[in-house]
Design a protein around this ligand. Structure first.
Ligand SMILES: [Zn+2]
Length: 457
């Protein structure tokens, strides 16, 4: 027997614009969009009158911490937060333990994630300075979404994890991937047709400006925006030389955006991502938020924020993702210098983007930033990110008349702090479906962990 669902009478977002139409779903797939009274016999009918019906968001940048750091997060808590926030697909970064540097590691992580995931998930592979063509090909075959290179992050051969600011004399540390690594592996990445994601901060510039962080101004001075711009320009030149697709993670600066736009004008196959924290916050918020907003790259000045808002408004930055990176309260409670960098964010992605889009005068831009752009970047544009026949029925019902204030109590991540605490979104997420199955209602998860792994076609 087929499982039929009709979402009836809502304002449905389609790439052509919003329409009041019924969404028909059969066995988890959207089968049709239809005007008027819904007549499906035997279908579950959800009354969405007065509501928005949006495609589920795809967060291309999350850190599940699983396996590796269960005290911070795991795939169950990550995907509970995602489900509650209308994120129906998460793409998990490869800096779990062991680092996802080969097919065997990816397959083991996929099995683990599958046992706990409440939403669909994809997995990125890790580029190490020692990575071989065979390893990248194996990762692709095992279903990796693409590859992530962390410029400046070494790899511990003992703990099998990447590490920031390693002791230079530690014999167990493998050198970070550098531009040489990218140049050596770019032809392999190009041949596989998958994106190469970079953490774009030039390690040489960061090393030259390293200092104790006594104030937020020190933190900004230690990671100048030139580090971002230089890394983007260099990586784009390398990727262009062989036609590889490059994706810049978490763009944080006006200068980085200028460098990226110059590369795009010159023909680079470059996609850009920024995060809600860079669109909502500036250094002025540090006094209020403290280490909750410590992250790398840092939240910068108001003029950086304005440039990034302009970038998403113009559609040059096609992807808004979260860099959801939970740490325990104890990890965050240390001094600015010693506190862990990163903050949870997956649950507030959609709410914050809807509010930003509304404030920019066009609420329907939000699904472009969190659904369509990410689907295109990740190669999922034939199955996810749109409400259209043949697509997965990943659907989010949003109430545009009831607001949500971001508060720790609502968080479903293992960590409840948020850099966006206090943000008022004019929207609330009522119900969330993954492939036609409800996964969250009123901010609480429902049903079982039935998330599936996704891979590029
Ligand atoms: Zn990240």
């Amino acid at each position: 027997m087929t499982d039929q669902l009709v979402i009836s009478g809502g304002t449905v977002y389609t790439p052509q614009g919003p329409v009041e139409i019924n969404v028909h779903v059969s066995d988890g797939v959207i089968t049709g969009l239809e005007d008027g009274e819904s007549m499906s016999m035997g279908a579950r009918v959800v009354d969405a009158r007065g509501m928005f019906v949006l495609p589920g968001a795809i967060d291309v940048h999350v850190h599940s911490r699983d396996p590796g750091f269960p005290e911070k997060e795991d795939f169950g808590t990550l995907t509970s937060a995602a489900a509650a926030g209308g994120v129906t697909t998460v793409l998990d970064m490869p800096n779990t333990v062991p680092g996802v540097d080969s097919d065997g590691v990816l397959e083991a992580k996929a099995a683990l994630a599958h046992s706990k995931a409440r939403v669909d998930f994809g997995l990125w592979g890790l580029v190490r300075s020692s990575s071989t063509a065979e390893q990248l090909e194996g990762l692709a075959k095992a279903g990796a979404m693409g590859f992530k290179a962390y410029l400046g992050y070494a790899f511990s051969l003992v703990r099998k994890q990447i590490q920031y600011t390693p002791d230079a004399d530690d014999p167990d540390m493998e050198a970070p991937p550098d531009y040489g690594t990218l140049l050596r592996l770019a032809p392999v990445v190009a041949a596989l047709g998958l994106p190469l994601v970079i953490h774009a901060e030039d390690p040489g510039i960061l090393a030259a400006f390293r200092r104790p962080l006594d104030s937020y101004a020190d933190l900004l001075a230690s990671r100048p925006p030139e580090a971002e711009a230089v890394a983007i320009s260099a990586a784009a030149a390398i990727a262009d030389s062989v036609g590889a697709r490059l994706h810049v993670a978490h763009l944080s600066s006006a200068l980085g955006l200028v460098a990226a736009e110059a590369a795009i004008r010159d023909g680079s196959r470059l996609s850009l991502e920024t995060c809600p924290q860079y669109l909502w916050l500036s250094d002025q918020d540090f006094a209020r938020l403290g280490t909750a907003m410590k992250m790398f790259p840092p939240v910068r000045t108001e003029s950086d924020r304005d440039a990034l808002i302009d970038g998403v408004a113009r559609g040059v930055i096609e992807v808004v993702a979260t860099d959801h990176a939970p740490h325990t309260d104890a990890d965050k409670a240390r001094s600015l210098d010693e506190a862990a960098a990163g903050s949870p964010g997956v649950q507030t992605l959609y709410l914050s983007c809807l509010e930003l889009a509304k404030q920019l005068g066009d609420v329907w831009k939000a699904p472009k930033w969190v659904c369509e752009g990410p689907a295109a970047m990740a190669g999922l544009h034939e199955s996810k990110g749109q409400i259209a026949p043949g697509f997965d029925a990943d659907l989010v019902i949003v109430d545009p008349r009831r607001n949500t204030i971001v508060r720790p109590e609502m968080m479903r991540s293992r960590q409840r702090h948020s850099a966006l605490e206090g943000l008022v979104s004019s929207f609330s997420i009522v119900e969330v479906y993954v492939r036609g199955r409800p996964v969250a209602r009123g901010g609480r998860t429902v049903g079982k962990a039935t998330g599936r792994m996704v891979s590029p076609p």
